[in-house]
Design a binder for this molecule. Structure first.
Ligand SMILES: *Cc1c(COP(=O)(O)O)cnc(C)c1O
Length: 421
């Protein structure tokens, strides 16, 4: 029996889908202890947008460690933090006309969401937050209350409070925003006026559901008119995943609060941020505290990603080209196997294909794994095969991944035909 089976809690999840032991990784490739190679189309659920051990980030980090740079600093000032804040302001915020203040939280996404919710409640003096069907925001109690998934919610063991739920765009063909606005204006709707709405512009775990720009603009204007804060959880969809640094850029909306984590450090190091409009910065010192708010190694690699990838639009162009490559390939698969697939989902390098039965998605993921690729599923029933390669993937590597997927689909179709006959 392996040490993992003997010793590690059964709360493990991804390890069950990919039961091998990884030892090294480089770019889009993972290598096991037995020197088996796998193409990585999971990329740390979006934490490795620039690939594993990206040499440029690794060099910056090695140099910093060799120089005895501060590793842990609570929230004290450090040169590494100053460099990060400067690069983030100059190359991310300023060119986009954003004036956010930056709050460093504990280094997980869910902690950034907790901070955002606390702040919205503190600023407005209201308790309710509106979250959306199929949203995912993390597994600590406050963020979990905003998460839709029953499997995760069931783990709470205590009441999940303070959230009202409305339908996301396209959910059950309901116009959730009309409903929201009607309920806000109706004194007897039972909807307490919320402090904020919290949402992902592309729902990562919820099945790659995309909020259109028009829908986001409508939501933003409802929030403005009713004096409700708009929080975008860009933990998964941000940092270039959908094609631009922030996922909401194409819509032109300006959220009051934004959460970032997963790929903000760029190297897979834990780091999380809350961006807040300056007038909201009414925190008392240490009011939302955390021992690991100063992961300076993460600041070093985060600064390097900005300097390397976000000072011009080359990466954005690369993402657009690779995204088209995926869309075209998935369109062919969809046309070829309408009995297996219902639609293509997502945007940018956050795309996937929805299977008519969740078993198909699970079978495809297993077949891909057999053929040397790690790829996961998402959605309420894990019915969406989710293409989450590093953004820096080359055209050839992407072609390779897409053909492993296509072979898996062919194999599944063949098995199903045999079964039927
Ligand atoms: C992953 C994720 C979180 C939670 O981040 P953790 O680091 O796992 O706590 C929150 N929101 C979204 C959109 C995510 O994808």
């Amino acid at each position: 029996m392996s040490i993992f089976k003997q010793q590690e809690s059964q709360v493990q999840s991804y390890a069950r889908s990919f039961p091998v032991t990884f030892k090294r990784a480089n770019g889009c490739w993972l290598t096991t202890k037995d020197d088996q190679q796998y193409l990585d189309f999971l990329a740390g659920a979006g934490s490795l947008n620039y690939g594993h051990n990206n040499p440029l980030l690794k060099d910056a980090l090695i140099k910093y460690i060799s120089d005895d740079g501060i590793a842990h600093g609570l929230d004290m000032h450090s040169s590494a933090k100053a460099d990060f804040l400067t690069a983030f302001r100059n190359h991310i915020l300023k060119p986009r006309n954003l004036d956010y203040k930056v709050q460093f939280t504990g280094p997980t996404g869910t902690n950034a969401v907790e901070a955002a919710l606390k702040l919205a409640r503190k600023v407005t003096g209201r308790q309710q937050i509106v979250a959306f069907t199929n949203g995912f925001h993390g597994c600590s109690m406050g963020a979990l209350a905003a998460t839709g998934n029953q499997h995760h919610r069931g783990g709470a063991g205590a009441p999940l409070q303070g959230i009202s739920r409305i339908p996301f765009e396209g959910y059950a063909n309901i116009d959730g925003l009309s409903l929201f606005e009607t309920m806000l204006s109706d004194n007897s709707s039972g909807l307490d006026k919320p402090a904020a709405v919290l949402l992902e512009t592309v729902q990562g775990e919820g099945g790659l559901n995309v909020a259109s720009s028009a829908w986001l603009q409508r939501l933003s204007s409802i929030c403005n008119r009713h004096d409700i804060l708009l929080i975008i959880d860009d933990i998964q969809a941000g940092c270039g995943r959908t094609g631009t640094f922030f996922s909401f850029e194409p819509s032109g909306i300006k959220p009051d609060i934004v959460t970032l984590s997963k790929s903000i450090s760029g190297f897979g190091l834990p780091m999380a941020l809350v961006l807040l409009s300056p007038e909201l910065d009414i925190w008392a010192p240490g009011e939302h505290n955390g021992t690991f708010r100063g992961n300076n190694h993460a600041f070093v690699t985060a600064t390097a990603t900005i300097e390397l990838y976000w000072r011009n639009n080359q990466l954005e162009q690369h993402i657009a080209e690779r995204a088209t490559q995926i869309t075209q390939s998935l369109e062919q698969t969809l046309a070829q196997y309408p009995q297996l697939f219902s639609e293509i989902k997502g945007r940018g390098l956050m795309q996937g294909i929805s299977c008519r039965e969740s078993q198909f998605a699970s079978d495809i993921s297993k077949l891909c794994f057999k053929n040397g690729m790690i790829i996961e599923t998402a959605g309420p029933n894990d019915e969406v095969v989710k293409f989450f390669c590093p953004l820096t993937i080359t055209e050839d590597e992407l072609t390779q991944g897409l053909s492993i997927f296509q072979n898996a689909v062919n194999q599944l179709a063949l098995t199903l035909t045999k079964k039927a006959s």
